[in-house]
Design a binder for this molecule. Structure first.
Ligand code: NAD
Length: 503
């Protein structure tokens, strides 16, 4: 089957990406092999930059889900992965990371095509996925236990053991990095895995399944189920799973947690956000404007940590906004694969409709919209980035996650005022503080209710830096040592040494 692609887009693809798209194995990957899905339900794979439906696939059914969980269970129980020497797991994961690195340009093209993001951003995503895989491969041989200072006649140890079968449900905005935040620690510590990528961007995850087979990851250790909400719901209620790691919207996270309650499955939830960027009058303007722009225009604002609320000293409000809008107008909006694109389309027509409606509603509520560059003509799901001033705290646009290129601006008069505005949200994922005064930065960072605070920077991710939210942004942390805590269980072993020889 040949994928339908706009000819200008087809010409930009590497032969590897083009060939793979023409014969997409977009079917469940279970027990080491791709197999036909047992369902009637089909979903399209759409290029958001042209609106063209490239291909279709049959979604994984509840029987496919059960098979995948069974395969992962069997692979865990017989120890083909969990009982390998740690050096062997490390070597296998490093080899897998090398394969992803080898194919990184083709995978970046597929990711750009599937999500709409500029190719330059997709390249960074794949590099991050490789780095996370390598980071946790290293942990496989570094994890140690403890000897517990129990009463002297007891020898008590704490050892970290794999949980069993881990499942991941992931969103479409950063498909491969977010998958890797979960899969890499899970595999490093001996767990087996079932992944359900987003229906809107399954390409890179399915490609990765193929690399797992090539890398010699034993059958059943990694399973992938392309599908939508129904597949995700079947996975969250399937018996035999020890942990579900979910990243997505707060509403779906609540559904996942409810379903997991029935099977008493552990969950970690990385959810939505409405993150503030606080700019003080003494900030380095150039760095702050760049940081605010990157924080909201990257991936067309479809980022969980989007710095979507600019909270700024009233004294610099007008001048800062004027410069921000001037620079925003210089951005080029275009197809993700087109050279020179700074901002791509939104992922779907539905998402664009939602974003545009929220902006129109904000304007009706009194906000002033400073439009950005004009989006290209055509059938892609483009929208213009919007800076909104005169935004009253508590209005819909200031309160709800937009998940698009929309920045609200609210002035503050005092530091207390700034912190109060920043914390006045049901979310608590990230925050940015811009000031050249160290005391301001430390004082404000301490008071912000967020899982991560970036000071005089924004959006820095690294495999060593734990990431996650508070409040409605979820709970649990990914990356860094948090991966060890969330993908292992502590076992206490107590040996009674007896009273010892009498003196
Ligand atoms: P979504 O909640 O619609 O979907 C996420 C995943 O859940 C998809 O794979 C989807 O198929 C699946 N799903 C849908 N219904 C389900 C159900 N009933 N049971 C189980 N799974 C189900 O989110 P999205 O639109 O793909 O992504 C955007 C959202 O994700 C935003 O809110 C964004 O803030 C959030 N996000 C958070 C982080 C983070 O780390 N905190 C990172 C990226 C995105």
């Amino acid at each position: 089957m040949t994928a339908k692609l706009d000819p200008s887009v087809r010409d930009l693809l590497l032969p590897d990406a083009r060939n793979w798209l023409d014969r997409p194995p977009l079917s469940p990957f279970i027990d080491g092999a791709f197999r036909a899905a047992r369902s009637e339900h089909r979903l399209p794979v759409v290029d958001p930059g042209s609106g063209v439906t490239m291909t279709e696939y049959v979604t994984a059914s509840s029987e496919d889900v059960a098979d995948a969980v069974r395969a992962a269970r069997a692979a865990f129980d017989d120890g083909r992965w969990s009982e390998l020497d740690p050096e062997a797991r490390e070597a296998r994961l490093r080899y897998l990371a090398g394969l992803l690195d080898r194919d990184s340009e083709a995978v970046a093209q597929l990711e750009s095509l599937d999500t709409g993001k500029p190719l330059a951003e997709a390249r960074l995503d794949i590099a991050e996925a490789v780095a996370v895989l390598r980071y946790y491969a290293g942990w496989a041989t570094k994890i140690e236990g403890v000897v517990i200072p129990a009463p002297r006649r007891l020898l008590a140890t704490g050892t970290r053991e794999a949980l069993g079968v881990c499942a991941a449900i992931t969103p479409w905005n950063y498909p491969l990095p977010i998958l890797m935040y979960k899969l890499a620690p899970a595999l490093a510590f001996g767990n087996t895995f079932v992944a359900k990528p987003s229906e809107q961007a399954p390409l890179s995850t399915v490609y990765f399944a193929q690399l797992c087979a090539e890398a010699g990851i034993p059958d059943g250790v990694v399973n992938v189920l392309p599908g939508g909400g129904a597949t995700g719901a079947a996975l969250t209620s399937a018996p035999g799973i020890d942990k579900i790691a979910f990243t997505g919207s707060t509403r779906t996270g609540q559904a996942v947690m409810r379903a997991a309650a029935d099977t008493l499955t552990k969950v970690t939830l990385e959810l939505g956000g409405k993150s503030p960027q606080l700019v003080f009058a003494d900030a380095d303007w150039d760095a702050a404007i760049k940081g605010v722009m990157d924080g909201i225009w990257t991936n067309a604002g479809q980022i969980c940590v989007a710095g979507s609320r600019l909270i700024i000293d009233r004294g610099i409000h007008d001048e800062f906004v004027t410069e921000l809008v001037r620079r925003t107008r210089q951005l080029t909006i275009g197809h993700g694969l087109a050279p020179g694109t700074h901002m791509g389309p939104l992922v779907s027509a539905a998402q664009r409709g939602r974003v545009n409606r929220m902006v129109a509603h904000a304007v009706a509520e009194g906000a002033e919209a400073h439009d950005g560059p004009t989006p290209p003509e055509g059938n892609g799901f483009f929208t213009a980035p919007a800076v909104l001033t005169n935004v009253a705290p508590g209005t819909q646009i200031e309160r709800d996650e937009v998940f698009g290129p929309v920045l609200t601006v609210v002035p503050f008069d005092t530091e207390d005022d700034a912190v109060r505005l920043a914390n006045n949200s049901c979310y608590g994922l990230a925050a940015g503080v811009w000031s050249t005064a160290n005391d301001t930065v430390h004082r404000v960072a301490r008071r912000l209710r967020a899982g991560i605070v970036w000071a005089n920077s924004y959006g820095i991710f690294h495999p060593s830096l734990p990431f996650g939210g508070v409040k409605s942004s979820g709970f649990g942390r990914e990356l860094g040592f948090a991966g060890v805590e969330h993908y292992t269980e502590l076992k206490t072993t107590v040996i009674d040494l007896g009273p010892g020889p009498a003196n």
